[in-house]
Design a protein around this ligand. Structure first.
Ligand code: FNR
Length: 343
């Protein structure tokens, strides 16, 4: 296929992902309601002293929350990335761009990614490519953003549902290992909504991965999104596939203290964030829910959504008797219900 045709197809696919995400109806359960946290009626703390600051990728962040990979490559993506970048700047939280493949060979589409660094300035910006990308591609993607880290996504389920998707997934682990050895910023290996098992996390850790974004089920469902793009087959019976975010998180957090786990997949409210941190997540990523707020109610609604998350994070910290994020991570929790059976 000619390069220009490939570019047009990729650009159309990006737009369709957003449309079909907004239309998607089937959500699996991230199982955060099966994490029980005990209320502390005697916290002996002052709300004004609750400190939500944290560090990520050697920079300070005001909240352990990040805007996770969504988009780039089209005019519409430029606008989405511009608005999300202002939110990242306002709250001093990290932001990851969507896959930069489209921008590797089409310089015009780079603006929709570069706008993120322009707005966020010294803040944390994370690049994004497929885990099958070449080292040359990885270096272009990093330079484009002066990125603080690069996410390499594992999206096997998504590719298999796409007519035009990859079918050969051999050599991915070796490729990731090669990239880690040849770039000088951290590499985050991430799923896109189907979860990382303990076994996969261990195999990644063993080749030198020190950041894993588990991105489990409970939110954006790429089997449904890609399934809706296809007219020749019905994939509804596969919509429930994947590892719930809470389960994936529990499985991966205690593997090694040098392994940083990012919780994402179905994170919607402040309880999901607090529970993720109590389980042991380093930081918590949100994609679908913030995109939905932005498209439903513009910048103001997306801003209000994040503002409420941060405010309620402080409320919940006080209700647990925890004055800072390090303390919060020592909270004991109980696993109940379906999650208990799966752990
Ligand atoms: C995504 N996601 C994603 N991830 C990635 O690594 N590269 C990408 O290009 C994209 N593109 C993308 C587009 C849209 C419209 C959505 C909603 C999501 C996946 C995302 O980063 C995350 O892993 C999953 O969406 C699960 O988190 P949420 O959406 O449930 O918070």
């Amino acid at each position: 296929m000619k390069k220009i045709e490939q570019f047009n197809k990729r650009r159309d696919r990006k737009a369709e992902h957003i449309n079909f995400y907004m239309e998607s109806e089937h959500e699996n359960n991230a199982l955060f309601e099966d994490i029980y946290l005990e209320h502390n009626a005697l916290p002996e703390l002052n709300f004004d002293e609750i400190n939500t600051k944290s560090t990520f990728l050697d920079k300070d962040v005001d909240f352990p929350i990040m805007i996770n990979a969504i988009t780039g490559g089209t005019d519409f993506s430029w606008e989405i990335n511009r608005q999300l970048s202002h939110i990242a700047l306002e709250f001093n939280i990290p932001i990851a761009v969507g896959s930069q493949t489209i921008a590797l060979y089409n310089k015009e589409s780079r603006e929709s990614y570069e706008v993120v660094r322009e707005i966020v300035k010294e803040g944390i910006v994370i690049a994004n490519l497929s885990s099958m990308a070449t080292i040359e591609e990885v270096k272009i993607a990093i330079d484009m953003l002066e990125a603080d880290a690069i996410q390499l996504h594992l999206n096997v389920a998504q590719e298999l549902i796409m007519t035009e998707g990859d079918r050969n997934f051999k050599g991915v682990l070796n490729n990731i290992e090669y990239i880690i050895k040849n770039v000088d910023i951290p590499v985050i290996v991430k799923e896109v909504g189907f979860g990382i098992s303990k076994d996969v996390a261990k195999r990644l850790y063993d080749i030198g991965v020190s950041y894993i974004d588990i991105s489990g089920t409970g939110g954006t469902n790429f089997i449904e999104i890609e399934g809706r793009r296809r007219k020749d087959r019905d994939f509804t019976d596969l919509y429930s596939w994947g590892i719930p975010t809470a389960l994936s998180l529990i499985q991966c957090v205690n593997l090694n203290k040098n392994l940083n786990i990012i919780a994402s997949g179905g994170i919607k409210n402040s309880q999901d964030i607090v529970k993720s941190l109590c389980i042991g997540a380093h930081i918590v990523g949100i994609s679908g829910e913030i995109l939905r707020k932005l498209l439903d109610g513009g910048y103001d609604l997306a801003y209000k959504y994040v503002e409420e998350l941060t405010y309620k994070l402080k409320i919940l910290m006080l209700l647990l008797g925890k004055k800072n994020i390090e303390d919060l991570k020592t909270t004991r929790y109980k696993i109940i219900g379906e999650l208990k059976e799966l752990v």
